[in-house]
Design a protein around this ligand. Structure first.
Ligand code: NAD
Length: 257
């Protein structure tokens, strides 16, 4: 088991990538502090882990609120004694996020608050805890859109994910000699609720698939496996990376027919 004796704090744990990662990390021996705004689905993930013999606790958390993030980390230390892994994964993609004309200031602020400030606050309170544990791994979920422009714009979302990449690199450098690794996970387009709600017609889905060399959407389970690599000692010499797990989309100029 690759995370035996470790404790992982996972935000956005009620759904998609966060849910699959919580289940996978627990099966690899980690104690899971599952944090999300969605209490019903978050509790269900925790119950599933416990029914399979694992250890997990849910804490209702809005990652854009400092007090919530502070409590999330404190609850993890209280319940399990330490924090070794922090997966800042919660994120939103608002349907009213468009180009510079369409996107309102409110949508911009909301997106930045959750996707970028949420990662900052997770690190603000998580890093001292990981330091107390003697080191560990932080994984921040960015996106392939942080490095590619799209004609179907989501300006606030794209900018927030670019911020995650830049912040992650700097954190990696600052904390490299404290045995704290910090990496970005950059998922490609996934078959999760978040994207499928945005690409809500078959035509929109096909328009996106044209650009993916592998010709399919990725799965949350595939992101969980990549997160496990970054969380575990398998990636002991990896820090500051933009880890693309994207079916080749960021390498493509022309895709196969
Ligand atoms: P999802 O919608 O299935 O899960 C996101 C979770 O975050 C939900 O459980 C939601 O309740 C939670 N959440 C939202 N706002 C929150 C807040 N303020 N505080 C705490 N929790 C909050 O989406 P997903 O696809 O699993 O996305 C996870 C991450 O992956 C996000 O950061 C997203 O931007 C990123 N991502 C997704 C894709 C994709 O195609 N789905 C691609 C690239 C990156």
């Amino acid at each position: 088991m690759r995370l035996s004796g470790k404790t992982a704090v996972i935000t956005g744990a009620a759904s998609g990538i966060g849910k699959e990662t919580s289940l996978l990390f627990a099966s690899e021996g980690a104690n899971i502090l599952a944090a999300d705004m969605d209490e019903g689905n978050g509790q269900a993930v925790v119950e599933q882990i416990i029914s399979q013999g694992g250890h997990a606790k849910f804490v209702r958390t809005n990652v854009s609120q400092a007090a919530d993030c502070e409590r999330m980390i404190a609850e993890a230390e209280n319940a399990f004694g330490a924090v070794h892994v922090l997966f800042n994964n919660a994120g939103i993609m608002h349907s009213d996020d468009g180009d510079a004309q369409q996107t309102s200031e409110d949508i911009w602020d909301l997106t930045m608050d959750v996707n970028l400030k949420g990662v900052f606050l997770g690190c603000k309170f998580g890093i001292p805890a990981i330091r107390r544990a003697g080191g560990g791994s932080i994984i921040n979920t960015a996106s392939f859109v942080a490095v590619l422009g799209a004609a179907t714009p989501q300006l606030a979302y794209t900018a927030s994910k670019g911020g995650v990449l830049a912040m992650t690199r700097e954190l990696a450098v600052i904390h490299a000699r404290e045995n704290i690794r910090v990496n970005s996970l950059c998922p490609g387009p996934l078959k999760t609720e978040l994207l499928m709600k945005f690409l809500d017609t078959e035509a929109k889905k096909q328009r996106r698939l044209v650009h993916i060399p592998m010709g399919r959407f990725g799965l949350a389970e595939e992101m969980a496996k990549a997160a496990l690599f970054l969380a575990s000692d398998d990636s002991s010499y990896v820090t500051g990376a933009d880890f693309m797990v994207d079916g080749g989309i960021t390498s493509a100029y022309v895709t196969p027919e």
